[in-house]
Design a protein around this ligand. Structure first.
Ligand code: NAD
Length: 472
């Protein structure tokens, strides 16, 4: 049983101002696997004071000093990789292979990239008689979700540290233990007191106290559009910077060529990874209408190969993260059936022999039209929609007909054609033939948010830009 009843503030594990606790559930067993203290506005005040005090010195450290600290973190992170993965499996239901591999690997990738970028980053630039100075924005609040808990923490904490900011992290109350280990890693790595602080809690208790706090300079938020809007509204009074990484309903255009079958099959597996709980998931697959039947056959076969079960065993997919998510997904699958989409694989109810745990069947709908609820709402579960197009122009039109704009995918053997299509997708992160790069800016257009994370672009959100004139 895991327990975190103290917060990491000013370099020490500290008792909360008042003791209120929350049980954490293991979604694979539906049993309590731990308990956390829920913070309050009083805890936020103490952490903000510590972060403000630490900012005075941390913001003045040299790049070399910060590189040194990040390198220490990398060494500690590698030592604790197994512990991080075990926590991810327990609190999130992430299969061990995914947790040990991609989930922990993503955090390490972002850290190595931050070190690399920092070593080359120009904090000052002379432009004629003007000096452009990029300075850390100050004390930041980092509010993160549960779905890729470690990744979301990594893409905020590492650039914040690299740029000289100090911070208070509030992770999701649904996946709090990865964050606890993360704090232990930073402590062991010698991050100075007050630079990084961790408070556990929920949106109303800690999230709102952070977003409304007058002495916080910036909020960086990843989560739902609903909470993102509330945070921005709450933060408006103090005119602080708010960056938002929100939901998505990303298109995946499969071009009509010889690579079609491979891409359809690969995209089904990709959609089911992490039980579909990925903001950038390619949840709307677009295929030529003339090949809809072929796509259905390939997708049915690919979905049948996705193994579902106990995340501590060798499976591709564990449960979804909570009962609330499970019920929401079941409701949307039923909606897809009611609205007339063709159910190709999966459906409502639990997979065979999995009566306990929030397991969902890998589900594929075909003949989906873009006005259906399942094509418009973020399902955040292992549910793929296949839509048809008659021309590439129509595919692009359907791809962009969404209130979201986080990610997009294009797959095809003709690279020039695929790249031309990628340029026309209105989204911040578009991958051609599964291209992946830790230094690629990641963030949304439209209701998917603002700001950019990952690599060099991830530094910019944490910096103020000052121009000093008459500086020749
Ligand atoms: P959520 O919005 O419910 O919660 C996210 C975080 O915000 C949690 O820490 C929560 O405690 C906090 N929070 C909730 N209400 C708040 C409020 N009023 N004020 C301040 N904080 C508040 O989201 P979730 O269910 O944890 O995550 C799923 C959502 O996150 C999905 O919509 C997904 O698309 C999105 N997401 C986006 C990205 C991205 O990079 N764009 C990445 C991962 C997840």
């Amino acid at each position: 049983m895991r327990e975190q009843l103290k917060f990491y503030i000013d370099g020490k594990w500290t008792d909360p101002a008042e003791m209120k606790t929350l049980d954490v559930e293991n979604p694979a067993t539906e049993t309590v696997c731990g308990k956390i203290a829920l913070g309050s506005a009083a805890d936020v005040d103490v952490a903000v004071k510590a972060a403000r005090k630490a900012f005075a010195s941390w913001s003045q450290t040299s790049t070399a000093d910060r590189v040194g600290i990040l390198q220490n973190i990398l060494a500690e992170y590698q030592k604790r990789a197994g512990d991080l993965a075990a926590a991810l499996t327990e609190e999130m239901g992430a299969p061990s292979s995914l947790a040990n591999g991609f989930q922990v690997g993503l955090g390490e990738g972002h850290l190595s990239t931050a070190i690399d970028v920092l070593q080359k980053f120009r904090f000052e630039e002379q432009r004629g008689a003007t000096l452009i100075v990029k300075e850390p924005i100050g004390v930041c609040a980092l509010i993160t979700p549960w779905n890729w808990p470690l990744n979301q923490i990594a893409v905020k904490v590492f650039p914040a540290l690299a740029t000289g900011c100090t911070m208070i992290l509030k992770p999701s109350e649904i996946a709090p233990f990865t964050a606890q280990i993360f704090a232990e890693i930073l402590h062991a790595a010698g991050v100075p007191a007050g630079v990084f602080n961790l408070i556990q809690g929920d949106g109303p208790g800690v999230g709102e106290a952070l977003s409304g706090h007058p002495d916080i300079d910036m909020i960086t938020f990843t989560g739902s559009t609903r909470a993102g809007v509330e945070i921005a509204r709450n933060a408006a009074h103090s005119v602080k910077r708010v960056t938002q990484e929100l939901g998505g309903k990303s298109p995946n255009i499969i071009l009509d060529d010889e690579a079609f079958a491979t891409h359809v099959a690969g995209s089904v597996a990709g959609m089911m990874a992490n039980s579909g709980q990925t903001c950038s998931a390619g949840s709307r697959m677009l295929v030529p209408n003339a090949r809809m039947q072929e796509a259905m056959d390939i997708a049915r076969e690919a979905a049948s190969q996705v193994t579902v079960g106990d995340p501590n065993t060798d499976v591709a997919m564990g449960p979804v993260s909570s009962k609330v998510q499970f019920e929401k997904i079941q409701g949307l699958i039923q909606k897809g059936i009611d609205e007339g989409a063709t159910l190709v694989a999966g459906g409502t109810g639990r997979p065979q022999d999995l009566e306990v745990g929030y397991y969902v069947k890998p589900t594929v709908f075909a003949n989906v039209t873009n006005d259906m609820t399942i094509a418009r709402e973020e399902i955040f579960g292992p549910v793929l929609c296949i839509l048809g197009y008659d021309s590439v122009e129509q595919a692009i039109e359907i791809a962009n007909d969404t209130e979201y704009g986080l990610a997009g995918y294009v797959a095809g053997a003709d690279l020039d054609k695929a790249r031309a299509v990628a340029r026309q997708i209105r989204a911040g992160w578009v991958s051609v033939n599964d291209g992946f790069d830790f230094n690629c800016p990641f963030g949304g257009y439209k209701k998917s948010g603002n700001g950019r994370e990952w690599g060099e672009f991830g530094f910019h959100d944490f910096l103020e830009i000052k121009g000093i004139l008459g500086y020749s």
